[in-house]
Write a protein that binds this ligand. Structure first.
Ligand code: PMP
Length: 447
């Protein structure tokens, strides 16, 4: 065979290298062609909440495939989608009463943004066309979701294609944004005042929604908001009649120890995007959870959400997600998320607490990160040109560890970080192995 014949025809993330083939998996482990086993410490990108090849999910997929693979939602509903909606919003948690099933996180965010817009058309407030988001956020890669996101590097190449309906306020990122002379309450009050000022700048009656990740994921690495922040921004939105959209694509569905991360904030959203942990990677599925107020407005107004995709509410995807959620509940896995999450934080602090290049160790549940700094005293990040996070990824992978490192920002407002999001079934021994391998990889990458 010629070299050309050997070349992969898949367009990979790096078009110059073909990654190893994954050929199998079990529990927290992925198996490469050739047999090497890699510890999946980030569940891909916080996706594989039940680990790999969980028998119950595989069987549920097979059963559904034997029964019904597809029926277009223009004509039919299907059993798994109805049951999954009951599972998610049957008890109207936080006033959420409908679920709209899509194929992933970006689609869920897009649908939530459009539902927010449609809601204001239904209630006769067509001027509400502005959406406020935050810097250092990530909401997806499709054009609407990318425009919402505040990740400068991801936006830059596509800036000419992005709508200017979005503006961005400061992230609730205490390690980087809280001033030395400010306590947590003062920091929260300043962020709420900044949001209020942004409403005033845009004209409060022009704003449809504020959108935020409940716990920031990929852009800055597992950043929970300071206490009271979400109550404060909820109040600002309510004062001006705007909606609160929470993006829990990464932080939701149990990842932080409660099904929804907002349960720990004492508020609930009007619209919520979920994905990754919904189907646990077994099928491509995301959803928008819709509050009764919005559902009622659409029902009493035009009667239909002006949106749609071919694979809405896919029966096999819904069957897989339903089984994933039932396993989480029946096996009481959120207890393990809390216990192993606390252990992970403790082990990370033991290994990196005195490390001269680790500035912060943070997160919630099994959603944890370390942030790397050139100087702990000044919190100065490493020069992004050094590509430290890529080196850590490479050194980790060489040691049989898949983790999820991300880069710092060019303006020095965030450093390189490593995100860990192991499956909810992870054991104490596996937590130990994750931290041991990561410690060696970080030291090797810095050498
Ligand atoms: N929102 C958040 C918070 C995410 O972390 C992601 C994915 N990393 C997305 C949206 C987009 O999801 P997807 O990649 O499934 O389109």
């Amino acid at each position: 065979m010629s070299a050309v014949a050997n070349r992969s025809r898949v367009l990979h993330r790096s078009s110059r290298t073909t990654p190893p083939l994954a050929v199998g998996g079990h529990g927290v482990w992925l198996v490469e062609q050739g047999g090497r086993e890699v510890l999946d410490a980030s569940g891909g990108a916080a996706v594989s909440c039940l680990g790999h090849q969980h028998r119950r999910i595989v069987e549920a997929i097979k059963r559904q495939a034997d029964t019904l693979c597809y029926a277009h939602t223009g004509f039919f509903s299907n059993g798994p989608a109805e049951a999954l909606a009951d599972e998610l919003v049957g008890h109207e948690p936080g006033g959420l009463s409908l679920a709209y099933f899509v194929s992933g996180g970006s689609e869920a965010v897009e649908a939530a943004l459009k539902l927010a817009r449609q809601y204001f058309l239904e209630v006769g407030q067509p001027n509400r066309t502005k959406i406020i988001a935050r810097r250092q956020s990530y909401h997806g890669n499709t054009l609407g979701a990318l425009a919402a996101g505040g990740n400068a590097a991801r936006r830059a190449p596509y800036a000419p294609l992005l709508t200017d309906a979005f503006s961005h306020v400061s992230p609730a990122f205490a390690y980087r944004e809280q001033r030395a002379d400010e306590d947590e309450a003062g920091f929260t009050a300043r962020l709420a005042a900044e949001l209020e000022a942004e409403f005033q700048r845009l004209g409060p009656d022009n704003v449809a929604a504020f959108v935020a990740e409940t716990v920031v994921g990929a852009t800055a690495g597992c950043v929970p908001a300071p206490a009271g922040y979400f109550r404060a921004v909820r109040e600002v939105c309510d004062r001006h009649g705007a909606l609160l959209i929470l993006d829990e694509v990464m932080s939701g569905m149990g990842r932080t120890g409660t099904r929804h991360a907002w349960e720990q904030e004492g508020i609930s959203p009007d619209l919520q995007a979920i994905a990754k942990g919904l189907g646990g990677g077994y099928q491509a599925i995301g959803a928008v959870l819709v509050s009764g107020r919005i559902a009622d407005a659409v029902e009493q107004g035009s009667g239909a959400f002006q949106h749609g995709h071919t694979y809405l509410a896919h029966p096999i995807a819904a069957a897989a997600a339903l089984e994933v959620q039932q396993v989480i509940r029946e096996d009481r896995l959120l207890d393990n998320v809390k216990a192993m999450g606390a252990l992970l934080q403790q082990r990370l602090e033991e290994r990196f607490g005195d490390h001269r290049h680790v500035g912060d160790i943070r997160g919630r549940g099994l959603f944890r990160a370390i942030e790397l700094v050139a100087d702990r005293a000044t919190r100065a990040p490493f020069d992004p040109a050094r590509g430290l996070h890529q080196r850590i990824k490479k050194e980790s992978f060489a040691r049989g560890l898949a983790c999820y490192p991300g880069g710092g920002t060019a303006d020095g407002k965030a450093g390189d970080h490593v995100l860990l999001a192991p499956p909810y079934i992870v054991s104490a021994a596996e937590i130990g192995l994750i931290v041991e391998r990561l410690g060696d990889a970080v030291d090797a990458a810095l050498a």
